[in-house]
Design a protein around this ligand. Structure first.
Ligand code: ZN
Length: 360
């Protein structure tokens, strides 16, 4: 007994969504879900022209018939300018909560604007292309550069599988890619724990890894136009979002493969979908980790997730440049790319050996 035991001083807040409704036509329950969660007063809907047609119009009707007053704001981009406009609208009209309806951008704007006020927000995804539909992480253009922003998670998520299954299939396969890339993200996190003593959560990392494994195992069940597939991907994205809430950061679902994707967003003339780029990054960083990257790649192929730069529409040079730039995007987020520090030739070799570049 005795000795100098360090005093326990950890403290943190795990912010989680209150309700995640997923399934056939759950959008019809929007009024009830909002009321059950204690959301009253005026709602500010943030959407774009397309998502208004797909879901926003219906949400407006349902909310109005449930007694809500609604104002709407159609955005043209996910940038800081639109976040400010949303905040001004909310202030001017005394909105009590916000609703983001879309694939990514309207949800990101609603998430950031509501977070600035500490105001609740509802996420109504029209596609399941990334875990931002459930998590506190947003991606926003600030001063012309796409940035990852930590805001707050939605209070309610309403993921209608009929709507999500009707979205272009590439969006669902991107969502799949974002989930399975958790596999390399967790390996990076473990590496940072071991080599840098970084804070680590066994619960968050296990949940994140298991979610990726379940999706990889069920690769053959992800089919175009299927509500069942939409259901599986949304549930996995939700679990992934919860793992980030438990960790209090995006660590469990964002490692070197995400840095690679962020680098591509800056470098590539025409970047691909977030989840596709992350999956591509994972193929390469899994190899660096000594994990079974070939099995991972084969499962991506079953789902129809691109496994080469060419399929995404980016050049071989852009891939190599992004691999080199990735560690600079977040120097403090230690990953395998920070450890290995490849030169141009090594990066090209890695991309070539994994078939990411150089295919005919
Ligand atoms: Zn992601």
């Amino acid at each position: 007994m005795g000795g100098t035991q360090e005093e326990f001083s950890k403290h943190k807040v795990m912010e989680l969504p209150r309700s995640i409704a997923v399934g056939h036509r759950v959008i019809e329950d929007t009024g009830k879900l909002c009321a059950d969660t204690g959301l009253t007063g005026k709602a500010l809907i943030i959407q774009d022209e397309i998502t208004e047609r797909i879901a926003g119009k219906r949400v407006l009707e349902i909310l109005e018939s449930s007694g809500y007053e609604v104002i709407k704001f159609n955005i043209d981009n996910a940038d800081w300018k639109n976040v400010k406009i949303a905040m001004e609208l909310a202030r001017k009209h005394r909105a009590f909560f916000m609703i983001g309806i879309g694939g990514g951008r309207p949800i990101d704007v609603a998430k950031c604007a509501s977070s600035e006020f500490g105001m609740p927000f509802v996420s109504i995804p029209t596609a399941a292309s990334h875990d931002g539909i459930v998590s506190s992480a947003a991606s926003l253009i600030v001063d012309g550069v796409k940035k990852s922003i930590s805001a707050h998670p939605p209070m309610v998520v309403i993921a209608d599988t009929e709507i999500i299954a009707s979205a272009p299939h590439s969006l669902l396969t991107a969502g799949y890619g974002d989930i399975v890339s958790n596999k390399s993200a967790v390996l990076d996190w473990e590496l940072a724990k071991e080599e840098k003593g970084e804070d680590f959560s066994s619960y968050a990392s296990t949940l994140s890894m298991i979610t990726a494994e379940i999706m990889l195992r069920n690769a053959d069940k992800i089919r175009e136009g299927s509500e069942e597939s939409a259901w599986m991907v949304v549930k996995a994205l939700s679990a992934s979002g919860v793992s980030m809430s438990i960790a209090g950061s995006s660590r469990p679902a964002s490692g070197a493969e995400h840095l690679f994707s962020h680098a591509l967003d800056r470098i590539a003339g025409k970047p691909g979908l977030h989840g596709h780029q992350c999956a591509l990054g994972s193929i390469m960083t899994l190899k660096l980790h000594g994990a079974d990257w070939e099995d991972f790649r084969d499962r991506l192929r079953i789902v129809g997730v691109p496994t080469s730069a060419k399929e995404i529409g980016i050049s071989d040079e852009e891939v190599v440049k992004a691999l080199l730039m990735a560690p600079e995007i977040r120097p403090e987020r230690y990953t395998i790319l920070h450890k290995v520090r490849m030169n141009g030739m090594e990066a090209e070799k890695l991309a070539r050996e994994t078939g990411v570049i150089g295919g005919e």
